[in-house]
Design a protein around this ligand. Structure first.
Ligand code: DLL
Length: 431
C-alpha cells in the first residue's frame, strides 16, 4: 500500500483551512456535549461551538494545560464510553500521576496512518526494515511507530531500547535499513559500532534514522549522519497528541511538517498567551482535529519553536515548524542568564575531539560545570592537546551563552548511558 496521499498532502491552503474549520467545529461540538470540563470552559468564555465562523475564533477559547488533564482524572476528558477505548498511553507528569491518553480503534488507525505518511515522506517503502529501538510500553514511542510502519508494509524489528551489542547484531544479521531511536542513544550506539571496528558504510545496510523524543541540534544530526553514513530525520511528538509523528521532516530536512488536517497549530507568546508572528519563536499550541476518544483543544505543549510558512520544496502544503528549541520548563538560569541545554549541546557537537556524552552540573555556587567525554586518542594523547580542547570548549560555550563554564574532560564511557531520553542537567542548587 502506498501512503503518499498526494491530493491531501498538497491541498491548496484555502481548502486545507476549510477542512480544518469543519473539523474544528465538529470537535468543539463533541467536547461541548460530552465533556463537562470543556463545556464549562466554553460556557465561561461565552462560546457556542455552533457559532464559530472562522479559524481565528479559536483564540477566544481557553487553553488546555497539562493540569487540566488531572481534573476529573483519569477518564473525565473522554468523549466515548470506555468500551470504545482500546489502548492507554501515558507520559510522566510532574504531579506524580502520569498524563493518561486514551485511544479508540479509530484513533489507533489514524495515528498509524499519520506515521505512515511521515515514513513515506522520507522515501521509506515496504522494502525497508525498521529497527524500532524505542521503549515498548506505556510510552508512545515504539507502539505508534510500529503500527505506522506496518501500515506501509515495512518489516519491523521490535528491538526496544538498550542491550547495544544485541542492537548491532540485529542490524547486521537482519539487514536493518532504518532506525528509530532517541538521538542520545544513537550517538552511543554509533560510538560502540566504531569501537568494535565495524565500518557501518560497508558492513551495515542502514539508510536512515528517525530520531526524536528529545531535543537535539543540527550539529548532532550531522555528527551521527557522518558516523553512520545515513540520513537522519527529526521526528517530534508528545503523548498528549498520539506520540511520535506530530511533526516530521521530509527529504529536504528543513523544518518539520505538521499534518494540518489533523492538528491545528498555533505558536503563542508563553507569557501573554497571544499569537506571535509567523517566524517568531514561541510555544506550540495544538488542537486535535481528528481525534475520537480524547480530543484536546488548544493544548499548551510547552515546546518552543517557530512556524515556517514559506512553501516547502517537497510540494506539501502542510506548514512546518523549526526543530524544537527546548521546552519552556527545560531552561535554567545561571548567574542570571537564561540557558537551554541545547545551546551547550550545539557547541559541543560542533567541536572536533568531543565524543558523544556530556552532562551539565549546576553547583551550589551557581557555577555551570560542563562534564564532557572526549575522543580516546585525545584523552590518551599529549597534554597540550587536552588544554587546547578545554580552552576551545570554554570559549565557545562562553560566547554562545555569555556564561563562562568550568569544563571537565572525561574519558569515554565515564558518564551514564541513556537508552531513552537523556538526563543532561543536574541541578544541585535545588537538591
Ligand atoms: O517523546 C513522543 C515521541 C516518541 C516523539 C518518539 C518522537 C519519537 P513524551 O514522552 O510525551 O512523548 O514527550 C514529549 O518530548 O513535548 C518535547 O518536549 C520532547 N520531544 C519529543 N520529540 C522531540 C524532538 C514523546 N524531535 C516531549 N525534538 C515533547 C525535541 C522532542 N523535543
Amino acid at each position: 500500500m502506498q501512503y503518499w496521499h498526494k491530493e491531501l498532502e498538497t491541498l491548496p491552503r484555502e481548502k486545507l483551512e476549510q477542512l480544518q474549520l469543519e473539523r474544528l467545529k465538529k470537535i468543539l461540538k463533541r467536547v461541548y456535549q460530552k465533556v463537562p470540563h470543556y463545556r464549562k470552559k466554553l460556557q465561561d468564555a461565552g462560546i457556542n461551538p455552533s457559532n464559530i465562523k472562522s479559524l481565528d475564533e479559536i483564540r477566544n477559547i481557553p487553553f488546555t494545560t497539562k493540569e487540566d488533564l488531572f481534573v476529573d482524572y483519569p477518564y473525565g476528558l473522554l468523549t466515548v464510553p470506555i468500551e470504545k477505548v482500546i489502548r492507554l498511553h501515558t507520559s510522566s507528569g510532574t504531579t506524580g500521576k502520569p498524563k493518561a491518553i486514551f485511544f479508540s480503534k479509530k484513533d489507533i488507525e489514524n495515528s498509524a496512518e499519520l506515521i505512515a505518511r511521515c515514513l513515506v515522506m522520507t522515501g521509506a517503502t515496504k522494502n525497508d526494515i525498521l529497527q524500532n529501538s524505542m521503549t515498548y510500553g506505556l510510552f508512545t514511542g515504539a507502539f505508534v511507530m510500529h503500527y505506522g510502519a506496518e501500515k506501509v508494509g515495512i518489516f519491523v524489528i521490535p528491538a526496544g531500547p538498550g542491550n547495544t551489542e544485541r542492537q548491532i547484531n540485529l542490524m547486521r544479521d537482519f539487514g536493518t535499513t532504518m532506525l528509530h531511536m532517541t538521538p542520545s542513544y544513537t550517538l552511543y550506539v554509533a560510538s560502540v559500532i566504531y569501537d568494535k571496528g565495524i565500518d557501518p558504510k560497508k558492513e551495515l545496510k542502514l539508510k536512515r534514522a528517525y530520531l526524536g523524543a528529545e531535543p537535539y541540534s543540527e550539529e548532532t544530526r550531522k555528527k551521527i549522519e557522518n558516523m553512520l553514513g545515513i540520513d537522519i530525520y527529526n521526528c517530534y511528538g508528545l503523548t498528549e497528541m498520539n506520540g511520535p509523528g506530530v511533526g516530521f521532516e521530509c527529504i529536504y530536512k528543513d523544518g518539520l511538517h505538521i499534518w494540518e488536517d489533523n492538528f491545528l497549530m498555533e505558536v503563542i507568546n508563553p507569557e501573554t498567551g497571544k499569537p506571535v508572528n509567523d517566524g517568531e519563536i514561541g510555544e506550540l499550541v495544538l488542537t486535535t482535529l481528528n481525534r475520537e476518544a480524547m480530543p484536546l483543544i488548544r493544548y499548551r505543549t510547552r515546546d518552543l519553536t517557530r512556524i515556517i510558512s514559506e512553501p516547502c520544496k517537497c510540494g506539501r502544503t502542510h506548514r512546518r515548524i523549526s526543530r524544537i528549541l527546548g521546552r519552556s520548563d527545560d531552561m535554567f538560569i545561571v548567574k542570571g542568564v537564561n540557558i537551554f541545554p541545547q545551546q551547550i549541546e550545539q557547541v559541543l557537537m560542533g567541536i572536533n575531539g568531543v565524543a558523544q556524552n556530556y552532562q551539565i552540573v549546576l553547583d551550589s555556587y551557581d557555577e555551570m560545570i560542563v562534564r564532557v567525554e572526549i575522543d580516546r586518542e585525545i584523552f590518551d594523547g599529549k597534554i597540550e592537546k587536552l588544554v587546547r580542547l578545554k580552552d576551545e570548549i570554554i570559549d565557545k560555550i562562553r560566547s554562545a551563552t555569555m556564561v563562562k563554564p568550568k569544563v571537565e574532560l572525561l574519558e569515554p564511557g565515564t558518564l551514564p548511558i541513556s537508552e531513552g531520553k537523556a538526563k543532561r542537567v543536574i541541578d544541585k542548587r535545588t537538591i
